[in-house]
Write a protein that binds this ligand. Structure first.
Ligand SMILES: *Cc1c(COP(=O)(O)O)cnc(C)c1O
Length: 423
């Protein structure tokens, strides 16, 4: 039988994942159950609309699945409303922008070059192209958010939407400070917890729910689920901009957000992915997952400490979550070169801008590392010390092929002792 070449390539990718050390902070490995649901017959079903109010027949079963996903997400995050349909984190954010802003209105987020995300107002993204973005930053000295400047910017620019959250920020947030200034300028306050959502769900980091009007997240980073996004509301909240229904009464934010996802920015939901999300949430509700996410944090803190001991400059000096950003200036190597070099030793990470970077986003002066995926593989503190040595050996001796090959052999040996994909 002639097998489609795609399956050969999938097998190659599987082997790549098995043999390497995965340090990309936004990646993880899902369970067999999550994979089964994501690859199930549910992909055949059209279900535009929401449970109990669909535009297609035959939706009774997917209604049950989606409702279970919603209920589990509510329990996991202590949310009062959840929409599990966004196809990705970017789609979740697009729906929030549509719900809260008119084109041209002002949105404030963390500067992309300081750890923020593309969808928080970058000029190459819909968020920066359609709306008027302004940014807050981190301090040059300590790499932490400059709250004073953030408040000044908000008071001056009067954004309609303020976004808390980042893709490359290793510290926790003072949600109360953001709430106070949001109240003062009449802004909707949103937290995008795509990266640290697993740590937040298990109470290891501050909880945005009591302070933020809207919380968005991906489901595939620390949460360890299928690729996807979702939107949550922390409390009963009426849109302060007075969106009117045809009858003239104020519409609840939950209805506005549902409409902003479908039909606002998406068509039919991916019910196979929603089923996989439901399984992810159930897994994350377990004590096992609590132990996992606590180990993610311990591993990140051990790795950052070991790297500091080896002369690496970690932005802000350490981490409160699963990730860290390394400034490579004192190692005389660019982020791009470091990423490539580590990949030769089967260690995967990504080059990343550091705050106040003097190099372009294509070159960069930093790399970002995260421990969510290696912790799923079963690596513990002692392995983080080994990883710090691997990274140090390769980056300190970049021209030396023998070093790279020696590290690669050790990497493969370590990962072969940590089975992945039992199916
Ligand atoms: C990853 C991420 C997203 C986007 O998620 P996608 O699923 O890749 O669209 C949005 N916001 C933040 C802060 C992220 O880190």
């Amino acid at each position: 039988m002639n097998q489609d070449i795609i399956f050969d390539l999938i097998e190659k990718e599987k082997q790549r994942q098995i043999k390497g050390i995965e340090l990309i902070a936004s990646e993880n490995f899902v369970s067999e159950d999550v994979m089964k649901a994501a690859g199930s017959v549910l992909t055949n079903k059209y279900a535009e609309g929401y449970p109990g109010r669909r535009y297609y027949g035959g939706c009774e079963i997917v209604d049950d699945i989606e409702q279970i996903a919603i209920d589990r997400a509510k329990e996991l995050f202590g949310a009062e409303f959840v929409n599990v349909q966004p196809h990705s984190g970017a789609q979740a954010n697009a729906a929030v922008f549509l719900a809260c802003l008119k084109p041209g209105e002002t949105v404030m987020g963390l500067d992309l070059a300081h750890g923020g995300h593309l969808t928080h107002g970058s000029p190459v993204n819909f968020s920066g192209l359609t709306y008027n973005p302004v940014f807050y930053k981190v301090n040059k000295e300590d790499g932490r958010i400059n709250y004073e400047e953030m408040v000044e910017t908000a008071l001056r620019e009067k954004p309609k939407l303020i976004i808390i959250g980042a893709s490359a920020y290793s510290r926790d947030y003072d949600y109360k400070k953001f709430r106070e200034v949001a109240n003062e300028v009449g802004a909707v306050l949103m937290a995008d917890i795509s990266h640290p959502s697993g740590l937040i769900a298990k109470g290891i980091l501050n909880d945005p729910m009591p302070y933020c009007d809207i919380v968005t997240t991906t489901t595939h980073k620390t949460l360890r689920g299928t690729r996807g996004g979702m939107i949550m509301l922390g409390k009963d909240f009426e849109n302060p901009f007075g969106h009117k229904t045809p009858k003239g009464e104020l519409k609840l934010m939950s209805q506005i957000l549902d409409s902003a996802v479908f039909p606002g920015t998406q068509g039919g939901p991916l019910e196979h992915i929603i089923a996989a999300k439901a399984i992810t949430f159930n897994e994350a509700l377990s004590d096992n997952y609590f132990n996992y996410i606590l180990q993610v944090l311990k591993n990140a803190q051990t790795l950052s400490k070991a790297l500091v001991e080896r002369g690496f400059d970690i932005i802000s000096g350490g981490t409160d979550n699963h990730l860290m950003l390394i400034d490579l200036h004192n190692k005389n190597i660019t982020g791009k070169a470091a990423e490539k070099l580590l990949e030769q030793a089967d260690i995967t990470c990504n080059k990343n801008m550091i705050p106040y970077d003097d190099r372009s986003p294509f070159i960069t002066s930093g790399i970002r590392l995260g421990t969510a995926a290696v912790t799923t593989r079963g690596l513990k503190e002692e392995d983080m010390i080994k990883i710090a040595d691997f990274i140090n050996d390769v980056i300190s001796d970049p021209e030396n092929e023998t070093t790279i090959n020696k590290v690669k052999a050790e990497v493969n040996l370590l990962m072969n002792s940590k089975p992945l994909f039992q199916w």
